[in-house]
Design a protein. Sequence first.
Length: 241
Amino acid sequence: MKAKRLLLFTLNILLAYSVLGKSPETKPVKEAAAKTAAVINPAYVDYINNYRTLAIRQQKKYRIPASVTLAQALLESNGGQSYLALAGNNHFGLKSTEWKGLSICKYDAGVYACFRKYLYVYSSFEDHSRFIAERPFYRSLFKLSLTDYRAWATGLNECGYAKDPQYGAKLIRLIEQYHLDYYDTADENDPPYPLDSTAAAPVKTPAKPAAAKPAATKPAATRPAAAKPATAAKTPSPAKK
């Protein structure tokens, strides 16, 4: 009798999970997928698509993982939307210390500081690569594998690249969130990693329904519909580089 009651109790629990859609095996997976889709930033996706080839070129030239370069650029420039990026093409927040080029100044953490200014975005990526490659205290990083983005991100913290103790963790989060490690083994001509940015698009307020028009007095059958001219499909413009 006890075994029968236990069996009925177990069957009822399983039935409740199936009805409510709360299967203990599928719920965490669904929640994780929904959480990931919700935090995808469309501006970040556009930035990655626009500058991925620059990062791949820098990897080939200086042996710095493209994923790390892209993650640093995203973090430092807020996906190209920061003041330094918009006004000075500075996508990595490099200051103008020991810098003989143009400068752009602003308040940074309550202190008035000057940063490097570039004529082109490419120059910012190039200068960032040289900044790491030509300084001896980053030399240990170049012993790491190009596909070990976690070690690179952690190593930048250990070498003192940023004061933020969570800097490396933030880079890893961006790399895994936007699958930037795909570019560590990709070629310049390869397509970008497919990211669904629609989930993060702002929700539009639905328009009010238009008032219903009165029905036509003449039967629709006596009025043949005019043929609509076929419209040619528009070819999407290539991403800017």
